[in-house]
Design a binder for this molecule. Structure first.
Ligand code: SF4
Length: 549
């Protein structure tokens, strides 16, 4: 029987593709300069653990004309970091299109403490700039918008986000915020996160971290929670992930003071400096905050991952190890022992149906790594992976940070100068005490060392490359975002969104793992995909070559 892209009963041998050849075929279609640049961003991973980790081109500008997965700086600031916080009125200063773009499209969920507690996440606040505001300036309109939002909702915090046109015409949102803060007597601050800043949404994450750190963290010194108090950083409550993580932490007796920023409030951010440990999930988007909090308040941070059952158990053990308390360790082990059996049962049911199948993951700045845990648990191989907005350290590991050159785009993002707070600094553990806990702090591994031999690692994959790699490798499932979803499905490959989970989830923690096993089993065993013909199976490709490089 002829094997096609849509044939899901493939054997392992017919996927034994020469990836170096695929890479050179892809590059051959680009102009010389573009091919040279993309060559550094497309790697065939080295042969297993112990191999030298190659340097990858990352966090560099996308070549104009290439259809990228990336979002803009504003999307990273407003949509990713501030989007899931419910008690702040987030006003987008710009055209309505930008506002809609970052309005709940990530399907963040939230649970207010009571029926009357504020939740503005369902609203889309915008100044809706028009031609005349671009010509004569939009500051007056912004002032009116802040006043209107205050009059209607009486929030305790309002934040303002600059979009591209605002940066171009030079509206000073910060002076408007200062003036309105004084007038209204509530916390009002702005983010200069114009879409064109930086090379991707990653710049917006950094700007958001700076803004929350400067304007909110440290405002409330009340000590809350129990004996073991942590902040969870880089968890955005997609599809209810935060609810599952909160359930598990609660069962373990670990108090969550604040999450940046899934299911979060500004009130929790204000109080977060009182916790004893920061645990970092998406290191790409939030390590700035962890580092600044350690410097100013003396709280160490540790990398964890609640995606995957084994990773969740390991992360809980890491937290317990930091606190060095026998009763906490015992309770964590109790929770793991209680939670794992149903997960193992679901894994054993799913595994025979998934084992040997191939996944591709192109998402975020840590998710393409985290989700490999779940695919490994199903016995599936991640054949290609990469980030939309990752930096070299996300691929190669944090140890490469000193060797990363700071370019003009990164210099464009403010680096806050942070000092020890004279009153609020409290060193939680000395370096000796930290190393006595027997684990590493302030570290994370890159994606490359965990990739299997003969797999692709691709930074900022384009639509063209996606199609070519699907054609060559024929994956059983492809994970990315909404912009890629329908192109991939048209190739006869099931596509799972990992920015919004489509309508599924949660996928974090123990119950989340079970949901994911079932979802992937269903998707990779569905016959429906065999009825879809990829465009290249139906129509011949029109090709051309560049006359000059
Ligand atoms: S790139 Fe600029 S115009 Fe486009 S959504 Fe982002 S902020 Fe708005």
């Amino acid at each position: 029987m002829e094997t096609t892209v849509t044939d899901h009963n493939r054997t392992e041998s017919n996927r034994d593709v020469d990836l170096a050849k695929v890479k050179s075929e892809i590059l051959s279609k680009y102009p010389t300069k573009v091919a040279r640049k993309r060559a550094k961003q497309i790697l065939v991973s080295p042969s297993g653990k112990g191999s030298t980790i190659p340097e990858i081109g990352a966090n560099v500008r996308t070549v104009p004309g290439i259809l990228t997965q990336r979002g803009c700086c504003y999307a990273g600031c407003k949509g990713v970091i501030l989007g899931p916080t419910r008690d702040v009125v987030n006003i987008v200063h710009g055209p309505v299109g930008c506002s809609f773009y970052a309005w709940l499209t990530r399907r963040n969920q939230t649970r207010p403490a009571s029926k009357d507690a504020p939740n503005y996440m369902t609203y889309c606040f915008t100044t809706d700039m028009q031609d005349e505001n671009i010509v004569f300036g939009g500051e007056k309109k912004l002032k009116q918008a802040i006043q209107e939002a205050y009059d209607i909702f009486h929030p305790h915090t309002i934040s303002v986000f600059s979009t591209c046109p605002v940066g171009l015409i030079g509206d000073d949102i910060h002076s408007v915020c200062r003036e309105m803060k004084e007038t209204l007597g509530i916390n009002i601050f702005g983010f200069s996160c114009e879409g064109y800043k930086g090379v991707s949404q990653s710049a917006g994450h950094h700007i958001a971290n700076n803004g929350i750190f400067k304007n909110v963290v440290g405002l409330d010194d009340t000590i809350r929670g129990g004996e073991f108090r942590i902040n969870l950083l880089g968890e955005y409550n997609i599809g209810g992930d935060a609810f599952e993580i909160e359930r598990i932490l609660d069962d373990c007796g670990i108090s969550l003071i604040s999450t940046f920023s899934g299911n979060s409030t500004m009130e929790q951010f204000a109080n977060s400096h009182t916790a004893d440990l920061n645990v970092v999930m998406c290191h790409r988007s939030i390590t700035y905050m962890a580092e600044m909090m350690e410097k100013k308040y003396g709280m160490p941070w540790i990398k964890i991952n609640f995606i995957g059952a084994r990773a969740t158990a390991q992360s809980l053990r890491k937290i317990a190890q930091y606190f060095e308390d026998d009763s906490l360790t015992a309770r964590v082990e109790e929770v793991i022992a209680r939670e794992l059996p149903p997960v193992t049962e679901a894994m054993e049911t799913a595994r025979p149906l998934c084992e040997g199948k191939l996944a591709m993951l192109f998402v975020g700045g840590s998710r393409a790594h985290h989700y490999q845990e779940l695919f490994n648990e199903l016995g599936m191989k991640t054949m290609a992976a990469g980030y939309e907005f990752g930096h070299r350290d996300d691929y190669e590991g944090r140890q490469v940070l000193p060797s990363i050159k700071v370019d003009a785009d990164s210099r464009n993002i403010e680096e806050l100068s942070v000092e020890q707070d004279p009153d609020k600094y409290r060193m939680r553990k000395t370096e000796e005490e930290l190393s006595a806990t027997g684990q590493a702090y302030r570290e994370y591994d890159g994606l490359i060392p965990d990739m299997k031999p003969n797999t692709f690692v691709i930074d900022d994959i384009s639509q063209y490359e996606t199609e070519k790699i699907i054609e060559a490798v024929k994956p059983d499932v492809f994970c990315a975002g909404i912009k890629e979803k329908y192109i991939i499905q048209k190739s006869g490959v099931p596509m799972k969104q990992l920015h919004s989970y489509d309508y599924g989830g949660p996928y974090a923690g123990f119950k989340g793992a079970v949901n994911f096993y079932r979802e992937i089993t269903r998707m990779t065993n569905s016959k429906v995909w065999s009825y879809v013909k990829a465009p290249w199976e139906k129509d011949p490709e029109l090709t051309a070559t560049y006359a000059a490089g």
